[in-house]
Design a protein around this ligand. Sequence first.
Ligand SMILES: *Cc1c(COP(=O)(O)O)cnc(C)c1O
Length: 365
Amino acid sequence: MNPYESINLSKVINAAGKMTYLGSSSISPQAAEVMFEAGKSYVDMAALKRNVNDRIAELTGAEGGCITSCAAAGIAISVAACLTGNDLDKVEALPVIKSPHHEVIIQKGHSVNFGANVTQMIRMTGAVVKEIGTVNGVKPYHLEGEINDKTAAIVYVISHHAVSDEMLTLSEVTEIAAKHQVPVIVDAAAEVDLHSYYQQGASLVIYSGHKAIGGPTSGMIIGDKNLIEACQLQEKGYARAMKIGKESIMGFYIALREYVNTDWDEVEGNYVSIVEGLQAGIGELSGLMTKIVWDATRPIPRLQLKLAVDCSLNAKQLIRLMEDNNPSIRTRNHSADQGIILFDPRELKDEEIPTIAQLLRSIII
Ligand SMILES: *Cc1c(COP(=O)(O)O)cnc(C)c1O
């Protein structure tokens, strides 16, 4: 039984992907079971966090780990750590910064909105954001020119939201930062790679627990021992407003363990079988072309639906009809203006394919 239906909300068939606005990921049965048991039991919370933080470090190969309530909290906590270090007096004083370092540098093309502005997650600590370069160009001299005695950190965003061309690469940034002993914080919230950004010299790397990792709403910071300790200390101040509960900590840990043990070839095969099944189910419809396309950077196939200009309705009308259906069918609609709708297999279940195919066949005539 879908509990959302019991409070009169439509069931959602998610062909959009891991979207925050649809509740991100569906939790695995094993993680869900552990969360249920963890929620019913008591535990020494400090010991639980220490234990899971150590396991995060072990599974990612970083010196340390810090569980958070989400990646956005992870950004604020990482910046706070760079402002306070391990000084509890400074931790308690935030957002008043009792340190001469209070500026955080970010490239203009990284100053994105992921649902909220990344710069606000930095500013909420009291830090001042210094954007460098332009949205279509940042050069090493822009960074060199902005680093000074007041610099607390550099935030680097890895995301499909960010401008990727003409920005400084992570290794260019970490090299310049190391020369000036400035920490580099990487926001890799939705990324699949848990190793390479830290290996490229980032001091702290932030991940969302409910995106690629597929856990409950949660997040983690991995990184250098000293700064990670400063992140953990923030729970005595700032991060108390971003608390994560015992059941989510355990659910996150199970999801992380499953994630690092995943056989990606098998997952990719399942994705292909879902999009092929959907393509076959839809079959031939006049005015509609289907083909399988791959994500630009990740191994994700998607079924692309292209509506011909002479189709009985346009992409936006079709999207609306699918959304208004019960169950509500949600798709990736970034290219709707070009008559293109994408079906993402990651959160789509085999048994949901006939519902989508039948609806399309009944709408498009
Ligand atoms: C999703 C996202 C976030 C926020 O992640 P949450 O875990 O939902 O808080 C931050 N940065 C980027 C680049 C994102 O894509």
